[in-house]
Design a protein. Structure first.
Length: 468
């Protein structure tokens, strides 16, 4: 629209300017001729020398290229180079402006189609009844008195036709340019707004809870970046949504299992009032164990949820990681003895750091407990703590059954257990490693595992020493 409008304004101004220029030239030329003849005719008009006047008019008409008329001070035609209007009175605007308004010369353009012609007779040039003529007038002065008017009527058809052709061309060019501008504008705005529209649709879909919404990453610059950012955001949200659903269903399942065990045992207690004392005590002991298990799961879940929503605060203090590892080994001692295993501790550095002691205790205990739990009776577990640069490296290596490559990729997932039956027997819920992973990440550390089936597993945890 803007381009089209500016073109219209430009084309209009240009045609006007060109028209003005052509008129100016023509007027100047005609006026100069007229004024020259007006001066020459003055004595003859004053002397009322009709023959001389008509001779001069014929000559002037030839020289100026048009019809020349000579009027007296009343506007009456004294002489006409076309010999048609002698004795008639001319009332044209150009004549009146000299005789009534007292101007020395005037000029006007008239169309022959009859609309602006007051006296067609004077304006007629030959047999033409259409087209354009100009009427120029100049006062004839004698002794400072206007004694008559010299009139020149000539054809300006060619000039006007040229102007109209020019105008028509301008209109054609304008239509072409405007169409091109509108088309290109539409194409460009389409290119620009399409991705935006797609993005909006994607956002709306996501707003309705459809996290599978993705938008094509086309275009360039900002819009492409926006689409990429949107896609990676929706990918994250989708995977969060999936893992949340998975988490809820796993959690309910895990909570349900101990509950149903407990229900069976309590029902037996209710419906068998004459149950032996020893069996009753055993049942109650089992129920108690299940309750412990439930509360362990619930507290694990709470830990994970807290870490998830970033509300978990680290209570950092000056502490020694070596002391934490020794403490975990000490707590595991009864289990180790029961399983007739050997735990070799190799602590090279006290690894003093500024960290959350109780959380790192959870980390060390979980990793070492796994090694003990999943390694067969009589197995060996090597625990080492060293300092490497700015990090503390805590490595737990066992010679247990190992973890397959496929399973290794999942061990940090919530409720994931490689061998469900065996892990449950060992009392695990599959939350240990995901808690460890969260806590290590919270301390800006890293955890990784290497394992070979049948040979053993090694967990390596690196924690920055000077964090905080
Ligand atoms: N050292 C190891 N050797 C072999 N398998 C292991 C070892 N550590 C972990 N795993 C496997 O990885 C799974 C996940 O471990 P994780 O500690 O997360 O859960 P869990 O020990 O089963 O339960 P929880 O720790 O919550 O009591 C375990 O079930 C086990 O199958
Ligand atoms: Mg565990």
């Amino acid at each position: 629209m803007i381009i089209g409008l500016s073109f219209v304004v430009m084309a209009g101004t240009l045609t006007n300017m060109l028209g003005d220029y052509l008129f100016e030239q023509r007027i100047r030329q005609d006026r100069a001729g007229l004024e020259k003849w007006a001066v020459q005719a003055a004595p003859a008009l004053h002397a009322a020398d009709t023959r001389e006047l008509s001779r001069m008019l014929t000559q002037a008409g030839n020289e100026l290229g048009g019809r020349v008329l000579l009027l007296d001070s009343d506007g009456k035609v004294q002489s006409d180079s076309f010999m048609e209007m002698n004795g008639m009175r001319l009332k044209n605007r150009e004549v009146a402006s000299i005789l009534v308004q007292g101007r020395s010369a005037d000029y006007g353009i008239h169309s022959l189609d009859g609309r602006t012609v007051d006296t067609p007779g004077a304006l007629a040039l030959g047999r033409d009844t259409e087209g354009w003529v100009s009427m120029g007038t100049a006062g004839i002065v004698h002794a400072s008195q206007v004694i008559g008017v010299m009139v020149l009527v000539s054809s300006v058809n060619e000039m006007m036709t040229n102007l109209y052709v020019l105008q028509d061309n301008m209109v054609i060019i304008f239509v072409a340019v405007a169409t091109a501008a509108i088309l290109t504008g539409m194409v460009f705005s389409g290119i620009l707004t399409n991705p935006m529209a797609e993005l909006t649709r994607g956002i709306q879909r996501m707003g309705k809870g459809d996290f599978s919404a993705r938008v094509p990453e086309k275009g360039s610059g900002e819009i492409k970046h926006m689409a990429q950012a949107f896609n990676s955001m929706s990918e994250k949200l989708e995977s969060f949504d999936q893992s949340r659903n998975q988490f809820v269903s796993n959690a309910s399942h895990e909570l349900k299992t101990p509950l149903s065990t407990m229900k069976i045992m309590i029902e037996s207690l209710i419906y068998q009032p004459d149950m032996e004392e020893a069996l009753r005590t055993e049942f109650l002991g089992d129920v108690n164990k299940e309750i412990d298990r439930l509360s362990a799961i619930v507290s694990d879940l709470l830990t994970l949820v807290q870490a998830d929503v970033h509300t978990m605060k680290l209570n950092r203090e000056r502490m020694s990681l070596a002391a934490v590892v020794k403490e975990a080994a000490h707590r595991l001692q009864p289990l180790v003895q029961q399983r007739q295993q050997q735990v070799m501790l190799s602590i090279e550095d006290s690894c003093d750091m500024y960290a959350d002691r109780s959380k790192l205790e959870q980390v060390a205990y979980n990793i070492m407990e796994n090694a003990v739990k999943y390694t067969q009776q009589g197995g060996e577990i090597h625990v080492s703590l060293t300092r490497s640069g700015k990090d503390a490296a805590f490595v737990v290596k066992d010679n247990g059954p190992g973890i397959s490559k496929d399973a290794l990729a999942h061990v940090y997932e919530r409720f994931y257990r490689v061998d469900k039956a065996r892990a449950r027997e060992a009392g695990g819920t599959g939350l240990g490693l995901s808690i460890v992973h969260q806590l290590v990440t919270l301390h800006s550390g890293t955890i990784r595992a290497e394992s070979e089936e049948g040979k053993g597993t090694t967990f390596i945890i690196e924690l920055p020493l000077h964090k905080g």
